[in-house]
Write a protein that binds this ligand. Structure first.
Ligand SMILES: [Zn+2]
Length: 308
């Protein structure tokens, strides 16, 4: 049957970003007809859409810039990838100033960046369901949001520093001395959600690591640090919909889909499918792709029944 791509019952939209606010997940959406940005709650959100061919993309930064009324620098349309050339260039300049700030002489850092660094930061160790662990840092005020964005399952908050430079020095020290990395791939995060370790085992492992981290920091000679003893658990990952989940076998970036979001861990969603199954997919696949949203029958999928 021919698809009615120009049918007004379809809305042309582009999902731009997954955002966490007050520990709730939201999705930022650009509406092509009204040229407006909306933010909708992800839990219960209906992903019923078709991707037209050839597909079109919108720069995922466009929404933020449109809201800040600074969209002129964003080229809006993108041929491949997630961001336009102008946004990539600006991100790179920012990243080079910001992320390596602790390796520079303080006199060579701009006042603007130094000012941004003058707030309390937390060093944490996070664990994922495949058993991966990482060391990370976050401004103290947004530590919960940071852990939710990353899709961490359990975390131990280790120390608080008075600024963003000290915390980065400590982070590098932990990586060098203890061999704990600073990033975990999305593939490992998804593997973990599909076949999770026991939560207790993960908590125990992180407790052992955090003790080593504290020892390492106490012998580093870096002072002016406040020790903290608190842990964090991702409540979304404990929801029952993740118990018997399998991977959504097709990509969200093309074809037809009819799914509903049940839960979100990081950027991975647990989606209910009309077959009754709950399936996991990386929402990043959808971001930046222009879709026709409406009442759509999803493409047929074949998922093997899980053996227990
Ligand atoms: Zn852009």
């Amino acid at each position: 049957m021919k698809k009615m791509v120009s049918d007004s019952s379809y809305k042309r939209i582009t999902h731009l970003k997954v955002l966490w606010e007050n520990t709730q997940p939201f999705i930022q959406i650009y509406d092509h007809d009204s040229e407006k940005i909306t933010t909708q709650s992800l839990i219960g959100y209906s992903l019923s859409y078709q991707v037209p061919t050839p597909s079109e993309r919108v720069c995922v930064n466009y929404g933020d810039l449109l809201q800040a009324e600074k969209q002129n620098r964003c080229e809006k349309s993108v041929k491949s990838g997630k961001k336009c050339d102008n946004c990539i260039r600006e991100d790179n300049i920012y990243a080079s100033q910001f992320h390596s700030v602790h390796k520079k002489d303080r006199s060579s850092i701009s006042q603007k960046i130094l000012k941004r660094m003058q707030k309390e930061n937390i060093l944490y160790i996070a664990g994922f369901f495949d058993g991966s662990t990482k060391v990370g840092t976050s401004a103290s005020t947004r530590i919960q949001t940071r852990l939710l964005e990353q899709g961490a399952i359990h975390a131990v908050l280790v120390v608080e520093t008075p600024d963003g430079i000290t915390v980065r020095l400590l982070e590098d020290l932990i990586t060098e001395e203890l061999g704990i990395g600073q990033a975990v791939s999305i593939g490992k995060k998804i593997d973990g959600l599909l076949k999770p370790l026991m939560r207790d085992a993960l908590q125990k492992e992180l407790k052992i690591i955090s003790r080593k981290v504290k020892d390492c920091i106490s012998t580093s000679g870096i002072t002016d640090i406040k020790e903290i003893t608190s842990t964090w658990d991702n409540e979304y990952s404990a929801e029952t919909c993740w118990d018997t989940i399998q991977k959504y076998p097709i990509s969200l970036s093309s074809g037809n889909h009819d799914l509903k979001v049940k839960s979100v861990v990081g950027r991975v969603a647990a989606l209910s499918h009309n077959s009754g199954m709950t399936l996991a997919a990386d929402l990043n696949e959808l971001l930046g792709i222009t879709v026709e949203s409406g009442k759509i029958a999803g493409d047929e999928i074949s998922v093997q029944a899980q053996l227990f």
